[in-house]
Every structure is written in structure tokens, then in C-alpha cells.
Write a protein that binds this ligand. Structure first.
Ligand code: CAO
Length: 435
């Protein structure tokens, strides 16, 4: 006996119009449970939509380029009924809704948390949304121009006067529309920053144009907004982690081959927790009117993770009472899922302060951008052995460079320096974490 299962986009919070970037199955394909049916992309992550039932695909209702929301029908699957467990399904025709509330656990991004400090008046969104498009009324433009507009996120229906024959919308009209919106938006923000000119690089040599991933595009927009809105200062220092490293190596030596190894980052997380408890203004956000500081009694730490689709920031929750091993296991598991694009939206929300570690790669210093509405971010680059003067002689010590960027509206320079000094104390002598 077989039953027809409708696979729909599950509860995705408040996010609508999620891009479908790839559809990996077609009618007639046999799919296994949890096999990826489609890849969705939101502003922070590219995510797989897994099959919540095994069987033969009957119909696929989406294609790349579509936009989906919670409840959108993805596909129907004819599944062999099993007697046990969640796989047991009711037989029903595909049209009969809802046949079966198959809740695929697709990690789809929720709307970003409301920020406590709204950005300056942003340019009017360029993105085409079904709500704004005039149903049934096609814009007067060739498919190539429509594609060009879509790539720039422009709602072609908003371009009213095409400069082509009989008002046809041309590529230049799309470019001019973008320029106009950007310039007006910047003017509204009061920054007066002129738009970057568009350059035809092909006049200098061969070029290839590659589309940025959605995460990169939206991360870029967010970073620019933070950069323009927050007066940020980055304070650099370095800390002697020779003893900490000896302890870390000793701990790792006790571990078996299959255990998660402890990286230095875990000690940095512990030191950051202790420092935040000492300086609660670092676990705060400005209220929307900029008049009050919202101090948080909970502490969640965001960790910037590099993934093939771009930067994501999963959040380690309620870290105050978590130990080194627990944090290590959680970080390894979370960053692994981040790289596979399998993070749930909620896992990237609610951070209080972020760490961006480039230490596994190198560097001597950098200036990370605050993950607003948080007020500070700690950057880490590569520790290296250095000759350090101890009053009598130079001795080899392992020195770790740290970079603290903070929102200067909330954190004073002295507070920043004291906060860094506390982190240094904890990392320099980790016994202090017990105090
Ligand atoms: N100094 C010296 N060595 C370091 C180090 C440091 N500061 N930090 C990490 N390492 C070493 C680790 O000990 C590990 O060594 P072994 O392979 O010998 O065990 C190696 O580098 C790789 O570490 P890792 O990167 O896998 O692990 P981590 O816990 O240090 O970091 C994570 C985890 C998820 C933060 C990291 O993998 C990552 O994605 N970093 C990129 C973050 C990013 O993109 N930041 C930029 C954002 S823009 O502001």
C-alpha cells in the first residue's frame, strides 16, 4: 500500500520569499528519507530542504528562481506505507490539502531579529516581490533585460519610462534606476556619500562576471550599513598564552583519537565570558531611540564561521556555565553544520557578542566589524613565538594577538582597554577563570 505525501516548506518564522537556487529531483526519481530535494537560500545561509518521506517523486512544484514561503508545496512523493513510526502516512490525493503535514526539518532562515538600533533610512528596496508586481501586467522589456534587472534585485515594474522604442525598458534604464535609488537612499541617510561609478572593465581586458551568493550580497549590505552607522574603534593587544597552550596540549594528550580536540578558541570564549560578566556594558544593545542601553542578563556568544557560501555567525547559547569540553563539542558540531549549510535560523539569532577568529589561517591583526546590534566583537589572529623581555633576558613566549572593535557610542576607550586587559588576565593565567 502506498500513500501520496505532500512535502511542503516547514515553519520558517517570519521569512517569506525564500529563493530556490537548485532543485535536485524530478518526477520518477526515487528519494530516500532526508535526501536533499532542493536548495534554498536566505540572507544568511544556503540550506538544504530534505525529503521528509522516502519514495517515488510524483510531481515537483518548484524550479530554480522561484520564491517559496512556509507551506509552499515542494513535491509529492508516493511512499510505501510502513506500519511503524513517523513514516506511517494516510493515503490521499495530492490536491486534497492538507494531505499530511509533513514537516521537513529544513533549516530555513527566519527574519533577522529586530535590531535595537534601526539603520539609517535605507534606500527603498529594489527587490521584486510578488506583492509589489502588478499581477498580469508584463513590463515592456526583453527577457535579457528582465534577467539583468532580477540580478540587480530590481522590480522591473517600478521602471515606468523605458527609453527604448514604444517605451521599451532597456539595460541602461535599469542601471539608471539603480543609480537613482542608491543616490536618493544615500542622500536620505545624510551621509552624502556619492555612489560608486559603474566601470566597464572589459575595456581593459577579458573579464568574467560571477554572481555573488545571496549570503555574500546581504552580508555585504549589512556590513556597509553597520560601517556607516556605528562609530567603531578597534583596540589591539597581545597576550602571553604560553601556559594556556601547555595546559591545552596536556588536555588534548589525554583525549582519545575520536574525541573533539580543544582549540585555543575555546579558552578565548571562556575568557570572554568572564570579561563580559565583569563589564556588563559589553553585553548590551542601544535602544531604538538611542536613549537607553538594554543590558542582557543572558549570554550567548556568536562565532564567525567561514563556509563555502560565505560568512555565517552561529550562536553558542547560555554559555555562562558551560565547560571547556562542552563548548568544544558544541563549537565543532555547530561549525560543521554551518559549513554544510544545515544551520536552523534560530541558531544564528540572539548573539550578545561575537568572536571572529582567523587564527587557524594567520595574520597579525585586523579590524573586525561589530555584529550590530551587539556592541563589540573580538578578533583573533595567529599566535606566534616571540622573544619577550622579562626584566633580565629575552625569553620565548607564545603571544596571541587580539583585536577588540567596539561601538564607541556605548563603550568608552578606557572601558575598551580595561575589557581587553581583563581578557588578557584570564588567558594569561587561566586559574583566574575559577575566581
Ligand atoms: N593561533 C595559532 N593557531 C591557531 C589559532 C591561533 N589564534 N587559532 C586556531 N589555530 C589552530 C588550531 O589550534 C588548529 O590547529 P591544529 O589543526 O593543529 O589542531 C588550526 O589552527 C585550525 O583551527 P580551526 O580554525 O579549525 O579551529 P578554531 O576553533 O580555531 O576555529 C572557527 C573555529 C569555526 C572559528 C574557524 O574554523 C573559522 O571558520 N574561522 C573563520 C572565521 C571568519 O571567517 N572570520 C572572519 C569574519 S570577518 O570579521
Amino acid at each position: 500500500m502506498a500513500s501520496l505525501i505532500e512535502i511542503k516548506v516547514p515553519d520558517v518564522g517570519n521569512v517569506a520569499d525564500i529563493d530556490v537556487v537548485d532543485v535536485l529531483v524530478k518526477p520518477g526519481d526515487e528519494v530516500k528519507l532526508e535526501q536533499t530535494l532542493a536548495v534554498l537560500e536566505t540572507d544568511k545561509a544556503s540550506m538544504d530542504l530534505p525529503a521528509s518521506a522516502a519514495g517515488k517523486v510524483q510531481e515537483v512544484f518548484i524550479k530554480p528562481g522561484d520564491k517559496v514561503s512556509e507551506g509552499t508545496l515542494i513535491a509529492t512523493v508516493l511512499a510505501a506505507t510502513e506500519e511503524s513510526g513517523a513514516a506511517k502516512q494516510e493515503e490521499a490525493p495530492a490536491q486534497q490539502a492538507p494531505v499530511q503535514q509533513e514537516v521537513a526539518t529544513a533549516p530555513v532562515e527566519k527574519a533577522p531579529e529586530p535590531t535595537s538600533q534601526p539603520p539609517v533610512a535605507a534606500p527603498e528596496p529594489l527587490t521584486e516581490t510578488p506583492a509589489r508586481s502588478e499581477p498580469g501586467k508584463a513590463a515592456h522589456a526583453t527577457p535579457a533585460v528582465r534577467l539583468f534587472a532580477r540580478e540587480l534585485g530590481v522590480d522591473i515594474h517600478k521602471i515606468t519610462n523605458g527609453s527604448g522604442r514604444k517605451g521599451r525598458i532597456l539595460k541602461d534604464d535599469v542601471k539608471n534606476f539603480v543609480k537613482k535609488v542608491m543616490t536618493e537612499g544615500v542622500a536620505q541617510s545624510g551621509t552624502g556619500i556619492p555612489a560608486m561609478p559603474s566601470v566597464d572593465f572589459s575595456q581593459f581586458g577579458e573579464v568574467e562576471e560571477r554572481k555573488l551568493s545571496k549570503i555574500k550580497r546581504l552580508t555585504g549590505q549589512n556590513l556597509s550599513r553597520v560601517w556607516l552607522n556605528l562609530p567603531m574603534v578597534t583596540y589591539h593587544d597581545e597576550v602571553d598564552i604560553t601556559e594556556m597552550e601547555a595546559f591545552r596540549n596536556a588536555l588534548n594528550a589525554e583525549k582519545s583519537k575520536d574525541d573533539v580536540k580543544i582549540t585555543g578558541l575555546i579558552f578565548i570564549i571562556k575568557a570572554l565570558i568572564a570579561a563580559v560578566e565583569q563589564f556588563p556594558q559589553f553585553n548590551a544593545s542601544l535602544s531604538a531611540d538611542g536613549e537607553n542601553l538594554i543590558l542582557k542578563r543572558y549570554l550567548n556568544i556568536g562565532i564567525a564561521v567561514d563556509t563555502p557560501n560565505g560568512l555565517v555567525v552561529p550562536v553558542l547559547r547560555n554559555v555562562k556555565h558551560k565547560g571547556i569540553n562542552e563548548l568544544s563539542a558544541e563549537l565543532a558540531e555547530t561549525s560543521n553544520r554551518a559549513r554544510l549549510g544545515k544551520l536552523m535560523p534560530a541558531e544564528m539569532q540572539g548573539g550578545c557578542i561575537t568572536i571572529s577568529s582567523l587564527g587557524g589561517i594567520g595574520g597579525t591583526a585586523f579590524t573586525p566589524i561589530v555584529n550590530a546590534p551587539e556592541v563589540a566583537i573580538l578578533g583573533v589572529t595567529r599566535a606566534k613565538m616571540q622573544p619577550v623581555w622579562n626584566g633580565k633576558e629575552f625569553v620565548p613566549r607564545l603571544m596571541l594577538p587580539l583585536d577588540l572593535t567596539y561601538d564607541h557610542r556605548v563603550i568608552d576607550g578606557v572601558e575598551g582597554a580595561k575589557f581587553m586587559a581583563a581578557i588578557k588576565q584570564y588567558l594569561g593565567d587561566i586559574r583566574r577563570l575559577l575566581l
